[in-house]
Design a protein around this ligand. Structure first.
Ligand code: GLY
Length: 363
């Protein structure tokens, strides 16, 4: 990954913002800009270069992961804010941006008292806006995370039995993803059977699959530092006609929204495509979340595909498309895929079958 190029982009953004320094405190932004995967370490952009302020736990790791970056390793017992203040003085940084989305009020107060002569300005989104557009290495990393999650699902789905509980299915998915190379699951795996599939973020419990009609499974892998995120519904028995109708409406909404994805289209317009189909079918009030979100170093990142989201799609963005309809006490359907915005349209990175005929457990 070309970390130097990313840092150069940040530097240009700093110039535009009239800042002579930027303190990057979000661990993921530090990873994005340096390749360092530890935590408790800040990256300071200053007029003369960049320096990571860290502690001895990470000296070796920093040397391995980002040998080109200057380091300031604070001694045991020296608080992080004192070390930061010392580095700010050394860098003669008077007008310093800080990441307001990744700094606590307490942290900022401590920093201000340790660096009394420095002016701090809250900055939001400089690095996150860059992260929204993935380079080829990042797309490859997301493809790997997708592949891992899909292989795990293949194994677990083939072994689904009526007496297995929601939690057992979730645990098997988590385990299989690790066997296929995941560092961890991308988020707490969601499995909900029967009426519990109407809980969009159902916490897996003891309910057996046999209690079900539909099972909603939402899972993803974090491989290296990049995430995948999928949702499928599995039918474990005969499904009521109403739920089959709901499934077909959600699938239609999802396919049409994906077809609307291309560079230059507003995220809210893609959301509106899916929402209009669900509303026309009479389920508008049962689709209570946005259509999707960016994925990458985080499982939820920019851009948001939602009403009111003014972000515009650009080639290189990777987003989930996940419409849902949730009928309390009856059941829910969500279908979710990961989609890369290409120069001419889109590419769906995920490929678990999702036609109605594909979702039956015995089939
Ligand atoms: N798929 C889980 C989530 O978006 O939080």
């Amino acid at each position: 990954m070309d970390f130097a190029k990313r840092r150069e982009r940040v530097r240009r953004a700093l110039q535009r913002a009239g800042l002579d320094a930027l303190l990057v405190s979000s661990p993921l932004n530090v990873t994005y800009l340096t390749g360092f995967t530890g935590d408790d370490s800040y990256l300071l952009f200053h007029r003369g270069g960049e320096v990571v302020v860290s502690d001895p736990r990470f000296t070796v790791q920093l040397g391995e992961e980002c040998p080109e970056i200057d380091l300031h390793i604070r001694k045991p017992g020296v608080p992080l804010t004192s070390a930061l203040a010392r580095v700010l003085r050394w860098a003669k940084a008077g007008n310093v941006g800080f990441e307001s989305d990744a700094m606590t009020v307490g942290g900022l107060e401590r920093l201000k008292s340790a660096a009394e002569r420095t002016t701090f300005r809250a900055i939001s989104g400089i690095v996150e806006r860059l992260r929204a557009i993935k380079d080829a290495d990042e797309v490859a990393a997301i493809r790997t995370a997708v592949d891992c999650a899909q292989r795990a699902f293949g194994v677990v789905r083939a072994a689904m039995q009526p007496d297995k509980s929601e939690k057992r299915v979730a645990d098997e998915l988590d385990y299989q993803m690790r066997l296929f190379g995941a560092r961890q699951s991308a988020f707490d795996t969601i499995v909900g059977v029967g009426p519990r599939s109407a809980l969009p973020h159902c916490r897996p419990g003891v309910q057996p699959l046999s209690a079900s009609g539909l099972v909603l499974i939402d899972w993803g892998a974090c491989v290296g530092c990049y995430h995948s995120d999928l949702t499928r519904v599995v039918a474990t028995g005969k499904i009521a006609a109403k739920l089959e109708h709901v499934y077909r409406v959600v699938l239609d909404a999802q396919l049409r929204a994906i077809a609307a994805i291309r560079p230059g289209v507003s995220c809210c317009d893609v959301d509106a495509v899916a929402r209009a189909i669900i509303e026309r079918a009479g389920f508008g009030s049962r689709f209570g979340h946005g259509l999707g979100h960016g994925i990458g170093l985080q499982v939820h990142e920019s851009p948001r595909l939602a009403a009111g989201s003014e972000a515009v799609l650009r080639a290189g963005m990777v987003v989930t498309v996940e419409p849902g309809i949730y009928l309390p006490g009856v059941g829910g359907v969500r279908i979710e895929d990961d989609v890369l915005v290409t120069r001419s349209g889109s590419e769906v990175l995920t490929s678990v079958p999702k036609q109605w005929e594909d979702i039956h457990m015995a089939g």
